[in-house]
Ligand binder design. Structure first.
Ligand code: ADP
Ligand code: GLC
Length: 515
């Protein structure tokens, strides 16, 4: 067993999901790509994430590196196991404790959130910091993502006052979705290990509750969110989810950094899940994908020559799935096909099932979570529907663009920053002003009219496919941010170059395509 404590990761990313090991949505995708992009830029980075029971470990060698990492929570003798794997040159540490993470789901079941989520993720953050405390040199940056790791900046703020090890470590808090805050009762604050002074109006207290995300925002040295437009929106009550006050107070520390798309996973030219590859200069494969998709969903063959619309995402109000249900009868009158893939709210799932029965051969529905199906739907459809009520960044529209499936989306958050709306001469999709069924339907109708103009549509598809949101660009912005905090993230010692590292730097240019 190597002596792990001689590691010197300068940037430590804390996350509750990381693709391909775990994923419930966009956070998983982001954390599967950002660390690698930082690594490719020469930063020494590692990731710490929970060891879930449903972790996808196939093909990865995972080894135990510490069996008794002291955590001291919820009571003093409690420890965590730390496992490690190397993912394309980046060390990934998994925090394991069966009673907290060895479960079927990550955060909730159909019955609601796990009752002990506060305890689970307090434990995670404390274990992660305890593990970093054993490194030979302190991290330059601890970068937390969402409420599950939001307590790290809070702990760090107080640790810096008592433990010289941490004195130069900076903290960054990235908000992927402000609607999920990790709000719990005061009772859980009492034994979490933070000093009483953290409980204040500018700290973790929120209307008498313990609010983890608010704590992260309040104490982090820098706060980011995942698109410039969302960074502006969340300062207003309409999008601030009640945290606009603390965000306004910290607005000098807040910035929006647009996510990238991982084109090594999401590119129709090299996608392992598609029946046929295609690219802007050779689009025949897209028709093959469409035909196969229609068959897969038992939809009418005549739809081959009509527009096929799709929706992929969580079946929740955020994503505006109810708006799609509302305009569906009108769409069906237009002789189009529609495919929906998603899971989430039980009521929406039931409604989808009813509608599928109502429109056999025209509406296809898949309830559940399927990575490969998501790829095939992106490829085989003509138009991607994304009527989100709010969207911090949104990755699915970026994937749709790359697959030549122009999106019709609400003009909110990251959708504003990624879609160039018709009728601009550079248009790559269609946006509409507000999440209202009438406006959504108008925008879909605009798209359907343009679809009839084959030359114009072909032009739009090509422009969409050539738009590139690279992780390289996002990683540069994060590195600038770390540097602006005075963090020294390139170690004097230099990374231990392994053959694996070199393979990543030289052989994975598709991750950085379009850069
Ligand atoms: P969010 O994180 O808000 O759910 P994003 O657009 O950022 O939205 O990312 C969603 C990610 O989850 C994408 O990779 C998308 O393909 C995936 N996804 C969402 N729902 C499903 C599903 N039912 N099956 C497969 N993948 C899904
Ligand atoms: C969240 C947001 C989504 C964003 C993703 C990754 O889940 O809802 O808009 O793309 O995080 O940052």
């Amino acid at each position: 067993m190597t002596d792990e404590t001689t590691n010197r990761p300068r940037i430590v990313l804390l996350t509750s999901e990381m693709f391909p090991f775990s994923k419930s949505g966009g956070l998983g995708d982001v954390m599967g790509a950002l660390p690698l992009a930082l690594h490719c830029k020469g930063a020494e980075v590692c990731v710490i994430t929970p060891f879930y029971g449903r972790l996808s470990t196939a093909g990865h060698e995972i080894r135990l590196v510490r069996s008794d990492c002291p955590v001291g929570y919820p009571w003093s003798p409690v420890t965590a196991e730390i496992y490690r794997t190397d993912y394309q040159g980046v060390p990934i540490y998994f925090v394991a404790r069966g009673e907290y993470f060895d479960r079927r789901a990550y955060y909730n079941t159909y019955d609601g959130d796990y009752f002990d989520n506060c305890e689970r993720f307090t434990f995670f953050v404390r274990a992660a910091l305890s593990w970093c405390r054993q490194f030979e040199t302190p991290p330059a940056v601890i970068h937390s993502h969402d409420w599950q790791s939001a307590l790290a900046p809070v702990f760090l703020h107080f640790l810096r006052q008592t433990d010289p090890f941490w004195k130069d470590t900076k903290s960054v808090m990235t908000i992927h979705n402000l609607a999920f805050q990790g709000r719990f009762s005061f009772r859980l604050f009492e034994n979490c290990g933070l000093p009483g002074e953290a409980w204040n109006l500018d700290g973790v207290e929120y209307y008498g509750d313990f609010n983890l995300l608010k704590g992260g925002i309040a104490y982090a040295d820098a706060v980011t969110t995942v698109s410039p437009a969302y960074a502006r929106e969340i300062l207003s009550p309409a999008f601030g989810c009640g945290l606009e006050g603390i965000l306004q107070k910290r607005s000098d520390r807040l910035r929006g950094i647009l996510n990238g798309a991982d084109y090594s996973v999401w590119d129709p030219d090299s996608d392992k899940y598609l029946p046929c590859a295609y690219a802007p200069e050779s689009m025949d494969g897209k028709r093959v994908c469409k035909r196969a998709l229609l068959r897969e969903f038992y939809l009418a063959d005549q739809l081959e020559d009509r527009p096929l619309l799709c929706f992929i995402g969580r079946l929740r109000r955020q994503k505006g799935i109810d708006l799609l249900f509302e305009i569906l009868p009108e769409l069906m009158r237009n002789e189009v096909g529609v495919i929906v893939l998603g899971e989430g709210n039980l009521e929406f799932e039931a409604r989808l099932q009813e509608l599928v029965e109502q429109y056999p051969g025209r509406l296809g529905g898949a309830i559940g979570y399927s990575e490969d199906l998501a790829h095939r739907i992106h490829a085989g459809s003509d138009i991607f529907l994304m009527p989100s009520r709010y969207e911090p960044c949104g990755l699915t529209q970026m994937y749709a663009l790359r697959f030549g499936t122009p999106p019709v989306a609400t003009a909110v958050g990251g959708l504003i920053d990624t879609i160039i709306s018709h009728p601009s001469p550079y248009c790559t999709g269609f946006t509409f002003a507000k999440p209202e069924p009438g406006l959504f339907l108008d925008a879909v109708n605009r798209a359907l009219r343009l679809w009839n103009d084959k030359t114009a549509w072909q032009g739009m598809m090509e422009r969409a496919m050539r738009q590139a949101f690279t992780w390289e660009l996002a990683a540069e912005k994060y590195l600038d941010l770390y540097a602006s905090l005075g963090a020294e993230f390139r170690s004097d010692v230099g990374p231990e170059a392994s053959p694996e590292d070199e393979a990543v730097l030289q052989c994975n240019p598709r991750t950085l395509r379009g850069a």
